[in-house]
Design a protein around this ligand. Structure first.
Ligand SMILES: [Zn+2]
Length: 157
């Protein structure tokens, strides 16, 4: 294919969004990060796609794993994933829901709570309207209670 035509196709944001949404299903955005290297428009499209997808965050935990909007993230990589969402994707999160906390291994409860609160929510403090389920991991620490002042919807699941 003529490279000039193909580059024009990939610079069209609508076409690019369709391509990316067909490639990036709910649980493989991390493994497909190489798409950012294809071109500047792919990089921009990829980050825009993630920004849109992560306006509402559903965090589910199962024994020793955490799923962020269905994306499996190892607990030891959670801090860098949240940093990526905050600093690179520049998410503007409105809602955070934490599910399945009873399934999480007891040794991970406090670290996961702290990672969600300090590593993720603090960077989105002003945009978060809903925060539910996080207090199930700490039984209502002072930092969580502070969030109840600014959230419209706050509390346990
Ligand atoms: Zn707490």
């Amino acid at each position: 294919m003529d490279t000039e035509i193909s580059s024009k196709v990939f610079q069209n944001p609508l076409i690019l969004e369709r391509i990316l949404s067909s490639v990036l299903d709910e649980n493989n955005t991390i493994s497909n990060q190489y798409l950012r290297l294809v071109s500047k428009s792919f990089d921009h499209g990829y980050l825009s796609f993630l920004k849109k997808r992560n306006r509402e965050i559903r965090i589910e935990s199962m024994r020793a794993s955490v799923f962020v909007n269905c994306e499996k993230v190892e607990i030891r990589k959670l801090v860098s994933y949240f940093k990526f969402l905050n600093s690179v994707v520049k998410v503007n999160v409105r809602k955070v829901e934490v599910f399945g906390t009873g399934e999480l291994h007891s040794a991970f409860r406090q670290p996961v709570h702290d990672l969600i609160l300090k590593g993720f929510i603090e960077g989105n403090y002003n945009s978060i309207e809903k925060l539910v389920g996080l207090t199930d991991l700490c039984d209502g620490c002072t930092d969580c209670i502070r969030m109840s002042v600014t959230c419209l919807d706050y509390g346990p699941i």
